[in-house]
Design a binder for this molecule. Structure first.
Ligand code: SGN
Ligand code: CA
Length: 524
């Protein structure tokens, strides 16, 4: 309703008086997306792992989405979905090996047409140069944690500093220099907290923290299928000593090749950065090598090492979100700027013994989503609506008062935002009751098999295919940690039929099928 009234005022003011869009009537959009940021690692989500006061501000002053999901839990495909408002099989970006077709219709292009000034700063990862942005400055590929090379229309330049800070510096500079006569749309994409989790010295102190080990950390995957058993994303088995755990053996003959990858990253550092790094990690390495940990002790040590570095990287992201929010406050922009915080997907923090993402299981299907926009979302509100990154493009266009192309496949989030209150569930009457998912990157890193599926409020049905043909069904109410595949349980026979029908309905609606997918990615 609020939106409707705003829309009416908007139409009258521009249609009758001006005939064109003006700054006062169009909402600025600041979209902040980090990489691999688990919702479990945002304190507003209440998991008690860490404290992210700046990101939490968006929930305190806006809305927190409890059921935000991606359509394909992997970096570049997720970005392509956000830009196009279309599933991977339509926008053509199925996995990280693809090159984005920048000639297609994207949300920044439509916002430009609606009078916006558009900017993209940080991790891009789509291979082709950005299109639809008046200004862009992006990392090369995955980008490093220290002293990043950034590419813009004039070429590539190295920036000295911690990447999370450098990206924010660039974002602030662009906001300061922008044309204030126009509304803006800015995407700020962090590299952090993507592997290999290299903190800034300010947060080396996280080494003193001890984190609760998830109760599924030693999961043996009983009652589940081959996909869960055959993955290669186990903290205990697959984490690399040099690259992930920062153990560089002093004797170079005892270093596995991933130690050299880490040394390559350290080689980018200034002497001061390197000295601070070594002063912190050398005692950790010495201590580890002196102990000869085995079995459960070693498994727990790996978990703690992982969490300390991962959460330290997030603390820097939180600080830098704070800088952007302060800037909006100081310049009076906060009132008329929608601020989004999300990640390109969720991440495992030791649940099922894992790191990484990809699976349609909760931790990686889910992604954090917090939005602040005074007048549209009540402060401190939350929504249980099933929403997806597929919905962002439509939301941006709705905020701009621009028309939404019918080919786009999501739904504007202004519905749930307007519906949500501090006590209500924030689900509009006509909202979707299930979401669709499809993951393709197999064979590939971490060996997660191809799969697609449907998730409703209570159930999840998944089909793993390609070199396997296995179905899984979970009752999320009784089994929120997804430890029991009930596909063969007669008590769930009726649920299974309903979920199969739902899956078919969604595949028809979105124009996807297993056969179609097999054609899109021939056997690698
Ligand atoms: C790299 C990482 C993987 C990660 C992918 C995709 N390996 O390949 O662990 O799953 O990126 O991540 S690393 O040895 O290079 O760190 S994504 O977020 O970009 O999709
Ligand atoms: Ca990612």
């Amino acid at each position: 309703m609020k939106r409707y009234l705003n829309g009416m005022i908007f139409i009258f003011s521009i249609g009758i008086l001006l005939g064109s869009c003006t700054k006062d009537t169009q909402t600025n959009i600041l979209y902040i997306m980090s990489d691999d940021h688990a919702y479990q690692a945002i304190s507003a989500y209440g998991h008690g792992l860490n404290n992210t006061p700046n990101i939490d501000r968006l929930a305190d002053e806006g809305i927190l989405f409890n059921n935000a999901f991606v359509t394909n839990s992997i970096c570049a495909p997720s970005r392509a979905v956000v830009l196009t408002g279309k599933f991977s099989h339509i926008n053509g970006h199925l996995d990280n090996s693809n090159t984005f077709d920048g000639s297609q219709v994207t949300v920044p292009k439509l916002l430009q047409q609606a009078g916006y000034q558009t900017a993209m700063i940080g991790k891009w990862h789509l291979k082709s140069d950005p299109t639809g942005f008046d200004f862009w400055k992006v990392l090369l590929g995955q980008g490093p944690y220290y002293n990043p090379d950034l590419k813009d229309t004039s070429g590539v330049q190295r920036y000295i500093g911690y990447t999370t800070t450098v990206i924010t510096d660039e974002a602030l500079q662009w906001m300061d220099a922008r044309d204030t006569e126009k509304p803006f749309f800015m995407m700020v994409h962090h590299k952090a907290p993507h592997r290999s989790w290299m903190p800034e010295p300010k947060y080396f102190s996280f080494e003193e923290n001890t984190y609760p080990v998830p109760d599924t950390y030693f999961d043996d995957y009983a009652n589940r299928g081959r996909a869960a058993k055959e993955q290669e994303m186990s903290v205990i088995v697959d984490m690399l000593y040099g690259w992930d755990l920062k153990i560089i053996h002093p004797d170079s003959t005892q270093r596995p090749k991933d130690a050299n990858w880490m040394l390559g990253q350290l080689g980018r550092m200034t002497p001061e950065q390197r000295a601070a790094w070594d002063a912190h990690y050398n005692p950790i390495i010495e201590d580890f090598l002196s102990k000869d940990l085995q079995g459960e002790e070693l498994a727990i040590w790996k978990y703690q090492r992982y969490m300390r570095d991962y959460l330290a990287c997030i603390q820097s992201v939180d600080d830098q979100v704070g800088r952007l929010l302060d800037y909006l406050d100081e310049t009076g922009l906060a009132e008329n700027t929608a601020v989004f915080y999300t990640s390109d997907q969720g991440f495992y923090l030791g649940e099922h013994g894992w790191f990484d993402k990809r699976f349609m299981y909760e931790e990686s299907l889910g992604t954090p989503l917090l939005i602040r926009l005074p007048g549209e979302a009540e402060a401190g509100s939350s929504s249980d609506a099933l929403v997806q990154n597929l919905d962002f493009a439509e939301t941006f266009l709705d905020l701009a008062g621009a028309s939404i192309p019918t080919e786009m496949q999501g739904m504007s989030l202004l519905g749930p935002m307007n519906e949500a209150t501090q006590t209500g569930d924030g689900i509009p009457k006509d909202w979707r009751t299930s979401i669709y998912y499809h993951y393709y990157e197999y064979p590939g890193a971490h060996a997660v098999k191809r799969h697609y599926g449907v998730r409703s409020e209570q159930y999840k049905l998944i089909h793993f295919y390609h070199d396997i043909d296995e179905w899984e069904l979970y009752d999320l109410e009784k089994d929120p940690k997804e430890m029991m595949n009930v596909i063969d349980d007669p008590d769930y026979a009726k649920v299974l039929i309903e979920m199969q029908e739902e899956l078919k309905k969604l595949q028809e609606e979105y124009g996807d099928s297993e056969e179609g997918a097999r054609e899109l990615i021939p056997n690698k």
